[in-house]
Structures are given as C-alpha cells and as structure tokens.
Design a protein around this ligand. Structure first.
Ligand code: SDX
Length: 442
C-alpha cells in the first residue's frame, strides 16, 4: 500500500527526508529538519497572501472552488437559502447543528434581547462627520463595544463566548442602522423585537413617522436570503483577520472590529459597493465593450469578478442573480442590471477572463439588489458585515478552542541590508535615492 509520505531529496547535501502527508497536507514545521549545516535554521515555506497554506483545521464552511460548492456545516447553501432563515443558519454556523423548534425559539429570544446598545454609543456616533463611511463607523463602534463588556476578555469561559456571540449578532444591525440614521440626520429608531431579524433591521433603517413599521415581506425575505449567503466563507481575508487578532487573546469585539476593517477593502466586502460605482461609471450597455477593453489592459478591475478559491461560478452569485428579479417585482427593475448582464455575457466569452477563470462572485449582483431595496451604496459592505458576524464568531470560537492554535506570528524572508554601523550626521552622505530605500523612509 502506498505510504502517505513525501520523500524529499536535498540536492545540496544529497540527504533524503520522509515527510508525512495528512489530509493532503504536510506540516511546514517538518521542513525545518532540512538543513545544510548544524546552524542552518532549516527550510521555511514561502507563501505570500497564503495562496497555498492552510492556517487551521475547521469544521464550519466547506468550499470546492472548481465545482462551485459552498456548504455550512455540511449543508449546501442553495438548500439553506431556500428552506432556512438567517438566524437558523447563524445557529447552525455557530453551534454546528440545525436547532429544533425549542432551541431555535431560545436562540431567537437570546439574540432579540441583545438588539439594544448602550446609550453612550449614540454619543460615539455623533462624533463622526455626516459623510463618514459607515464601515469606518462600524470598525469604531464594534471596537468600542469591548469597553462596555470588559468581561468579554474571559475568552476561556464558554458562557462568556456564548454571551458575546449573542450580543454581537443582536447588536450589529442596530449599529449599522444608527450609522445610517446619523448620516441622514434622522433620529435613531429603537429595535422592534416583535419583528424578524431582517424586518427589525429594515425598521431601524427606514422607519419614519409611522407608528408601526411593517416591512415589505418580499424585501424582508430577500434580505434574509442574502444574509444566509453572506454568513461565512471559510478562511477569507476578514475571517483570517479575526482569527489572527483573536489569537493574541484579545476580546472578540476587538477581533471582530479587525474583521470589519478587512471586509471594508474593495478587494473583499467593499467590492459590492465598488461594483455599483463601476456600473454607474460605465453608464450604459453600449459602453460595456470599451470598459472590458480597459479591464483587459489592466486599467482597473472588473469588480465583482474573480475569486481566490472559486475557479467556477460562485454558487452564491447564481442565487443572488435569480433573487434580483424577485426583488424587482416589489421595487421595480434596477437598470444597472442590464449593464451587469452584458459585462457577464462578454466576460464569460472573452479569453482574458476565461483563461484566468474569472467568474461573477458574491458581490457582482448583490449591490444591484441592495440599491433597488433603497440602501445607499456606501452601506453595501455593512450589509455584508452584518450576516458575516455569525461566521466570524464561529471562526473565532473555533480558534480559541483549537489546542493547536497559538498566537499568529508568521516568519519572513529577510531581503534588507546586512549589518551597518551608525554614521555621525556630520559625515553622513545624503540618503540613497533607490526606490526601495525611499519607500522604506516613507
Ligand atoms: C469576496 O476570499 C473570500 O472567500 C472572499 C469572499 C467571502 O465571502 O468572504 O468570497 C467575498 O471578497 C469576494 C471577492 C470580491 N472582490 C472583488 O470582486 C474584487 C475584484 N476581484 C479581484 O480583485 C480578485 O479576483 C480577487 C481579489 C477576488 C482575488 O484575487 P487573487 O486571487 O489574488 O487573484 P489575482 O489578483 O492574483 O488575479 C489573478 C489574475 C491577474 O491577472 P495576471 O496578473 O495573471 O495577468 O486575474 C486578474 C489579475 O489581474 N484578475 C482580474 C480580476 N480579478 C483578477 N482582472 C480583471 N478583473 C478582475 N476582477
């Protein structure tokens, strides 16, 4: 029977090494034994942006990038999007199993009683300019929550981890709505715990003078499905940020604030906002060929396209594209979808995109729906952060409980100066104008 090992021959010394292969991976630590001399620190693996490096073992999400598969705890997202709700899916992601009626009702209650935030948060919100980006406000206010719940530092307490998880899932929609209301100069709307999770969020966002806000059921369900689709996605940039920051044993609010900061970037969760701005800039279907030409020439990127893992159509993108038309039934069609469809049609036939396996990802159509639902463009990444909070908390708790996890501290390949002696300023020459030397000075 074939051995589950690699035999590595170091041609520098002629020595051979047997490296174990477990679950299709080798341990980078096993490479350290490969040395050319006793004082050689041994071989390291070099993997900028971790393109081929597993940082952890996880049971939460499973992605098959070639087949376009995404499962949360073994359940396919298409089935969850059709049959589940966001809060039920959040329970599954956090706890590992679908709840029965009693546990779902308890979970809904336990989230609902945490939708309020400390009144001081309003004062914090007031400190932001009216045109502050809501993701910047979310980074600040979620981080600030760590100061209201100092007991969250007890990360080894199961009960504390559970309580902070319920608090964050409950409070993030309230913070998001407060940020929006602040930008509009509108009074904050307190949670209405008689409404569903997404219904209450829509209420806090859009209620004006009506005594009882009744969310449009089509939009309420569509947002719930979008939240299901955005809930987790294994070791993406923001989950990695939460795990890495959390590995210092800081409280989960600070770790999730780091996740929000990572998600804010246009290459990650900020892409849904960037897609709309790109579509608006293209302006009409007849301008699409010119836009594609520019993207292929490296002048900008086709935002909402491409993925590190999916080398096939992002399964979430397929569901969202279909959902758009259900939403348009209630809101009227968002004309930007015609430009998006033409971009997709041309890109999927163009060798530049086909060769690089670039397909629409989760962000390509989601913004078109959010805009049709009446959300301002700059709130779109916040609509990604809200549901991803359950995924981040699941990833954080899994990291905390993983006996193999220590503080994240990658190595480096040093390519800087060798040792130099200090030169008195009187005799020192002007600094080198080499590009990297100037960069280092910045
Ligand atoms: C999310 O990781 C996750 O799971 C994230 C996420 C989640 O749920 O958490 O799925 C959510 O962040 C989705 C991705 C949203 N971002 C965008 O839509 C921004 C546009 N996409 C790209 O910037 C890019 O595709 C990434 C960031 C998504 C992936 O980047 P990679 O894997 O590092 O790929 P790359 O930048 O090395 O690109 C490979 C090649 C390059 O061309 P060459 O240098 O080989 O000539 O493909 C090109 C890139 O120039 N390319 C694109 C492109 N994406 C990649 N060219 C034009 N348009 C694009 N969108």
């Amino acid at each position: 029977m074939a051995k589950e090992t690699l035999t590595i021959t170091d041609n520098r010394t002629g020595k051979q090494y047997e490296i174990a292969v477990d679950d299709g991976v080798i341990r980078a630590d096993d490479l350290k034994q490969i040395k050319t001399a006793a004082d050689d620190p041994g071989i390291m693996a070099y993997d900028p942006s971790f393109g081929n490096t597993a940082s952890c073992k996880s049971r939460i999400s499973y992605i098959d990038g070639d087949k376009g598969i995404l499962r949360y705890r073994g359940y396919d997202i298409a089935e969850l999007a059709e049959k589940s709700t966001y809060l039920e899916t959040a329970y599954l992601i956090v706890k590992g199993e679908l709840p029965d009626k009693h546990h779902l009702s308890m979970w809904q209650h336990n989230i609902t009683i945490h939708t309020m935030v400390h009144e001081n948060i309003k004062k914090l919100m007031e400190g932001f300019r009216h045109d502050a980006h809501p993701m910047g406000m979310m980074v600040g206010t979620i981080g600030a929550l760590s100061t209201f719940y100092p007991e969250a530092k007890d990360i080894d307490s199961l009960e504390s981890r559970r309580l902070q998880t319920r608090r964050l899932i409950g409070k993030v929609p309230t913070l998001a709505a407060y940020a929006y209301r602040h930008s509009k100069g509108l009074p904050y709307v307190y949670p209405d715990n008689d409404l569903s999770y997404t219904g209450n969020f829509l209420q806090m966002m859009f209620r004006m003078t009506e005594r009882h806000y009744r969310p449009n059921p089509v939009l309420e369900r569509a947002l719930d499905v979008l939240f299901i689709l955005h809930a987790d996605h294994e070791q993406n940039c923001s989950a990695n940020a939460v795990r890495s920051v959390g590995s210092s044993h800081v409280d989960p609010y600070s770790a999730v604030a780091a996740g929000v900061a990572a998600l804010y970037g246009p290459l990650h969760g900020g892409a849904n906002e960037a897609v709309i701005r790109m579509l608006q800039q293209i302006g009409s279907v007849d301008k699409v060929p010119e836009a594609i030409r520019k993207f292929k020439a490296g002048d900008g990127r086709l935002m909402g396209f491409g993925h590190r893992i999916y080398k096939n159509y992002d399964p979430r993108g397929k569901i969202i594209k279909k959902l758009a038309y259900e939403v348009f039934e209630a809101t009227g069609k968002n004309p930007l979808i015609d430009i998006a469809l033409e971009l997709e049609r041309i890109a999927l036939e163009d060798d530049y995109f086909v060769k690089r396996k670039l397909y629409p990802n989760v962000d390509f159509y989601s913004g078109i729906i959010y805009q049709a639902m009446g959300f301002p463009v700059n709130t779109f990444p916040v609509l990604f952060a809200i549901p991803r909070t359950s995924g981040w908390m699941a990833q954080w708790a899994e990291m905390v409980r993983d006996p193999e996890q220590r503080i994240s501290r990658p190595r480096q390949v040093y390519i800087g100066e060798s040792e130099r002696t200090y030169e008195p300023i009187e005799t020192r020459r002007a600094p080198l104008t080499r590009e990297d030397a100037v960069d280092a000075a910045i």
